[in-house]
Design a protein around this ligand. Sequence first.
Ligand code: ZN
Length: 402
Amino acid sequence: MPWDYLRPLLKPNQTKIVLLVMDGLGGIPMGPVGPTELEYAHTPNMDTLAADGTLGQTIPIAPGITPGSGPAHLALFGYDPLVYTVGRGALAAAGVGLDLRPGDVVARGNFATLDAEGKIVDRRAGRISTEEAAPLVERLAQITLPGVEVTVRPVREYRFVIRLRGEGLSPELEDTDPQQTGVPPKPVIPRRPEAQRTAELLNLWIQRAREVLADHPRANGVLLRGFATDPNLPKFPEMFQLRAAAIAVYPMYKGIARLVGMDVIEFEGERPEDEFAAAARVWDQYDFFYIHIKKTDSKGEDGDFFGKAQVIETVDRALPKLMELKPDVVIITGDHSTPAKWRSHSWHPVPFLIWAPASVRPDSQYRFGETACAQGGLGTFPALQTMPLALAHAGRLKKFGA
Ligand code: ZN
């Protein structure tokens, strides 16, 4: 288990910690100079927390390394992403509430459109709706394979998850998605000899899937990728002695929270205020609240500078609802940067704000933004150190040594 030096220092307390993650929060100016998305956004509430708290910036994985959201979240949750790896299939499975056991093999699936010769016309089956996909997933769920249990669950739109459970399975398999149209899907190819049988089973499943989907005009084929197994992570609540709740809209983030042992809170709505209301509903039952905002990252990936700034503003407007709950420690940060200028994740450090009135050492920063964070009192530090900082400010750590 990680954090061996920390575990003897943990002490119980009644304090509440909020980790508010705006996905892909960090940005860069669109021109040679100018504000970032966060600096452009009008954020009076976050600025108040910045003035009363301490700023800094985090390195998600290592300097110069552009992270995916999975490893970047693991770092925030206190798992060294260079030690603990989680396959995309495992995230997707956990995200739809599909439990994983050691030995299971899971993968992400797409419906796809194939032509009469079996070549791919559309890798996402015209992005069919969740409603249209549901009966098709039902058909897939009827397919059986010799000697293993097969489970198929819908995700969103054209996406689903498949889990194989049985003896002697291996996730060491190549994706079947060729990432282009005009060619047939690739077969499942084993990377290692021990994955040969799993590959054969999945190829048989794909063949049957094409049979049961044959009459559908768009979703008449499937693509599988991100083969994975249970990452068997140490559990966050045990590691840090915190009852932890996760509040997220998108399945992948629910998935990663579930894999580290947080309770995923179900709620209606998708707006920041809906997420904060969900936190309010379970406030008494937990010590730690991970709240995830997805759309900052989506807008960054779209290259929509102003859209990303607007998402940040919607979070800021809802923030008083969260502060009404009287948390003891509030951290506002991102998992990585997604500059609109780049339309992709980047390796840049991530703005970090910690507000904890009982233990604050103020710096001279009063606005939440990249420039201020680069000059903040916490300096630049690994995202992996977020949890010890949170615990210390929450009065949940004893002295180290005499
Ligand atoms: Zn992310």
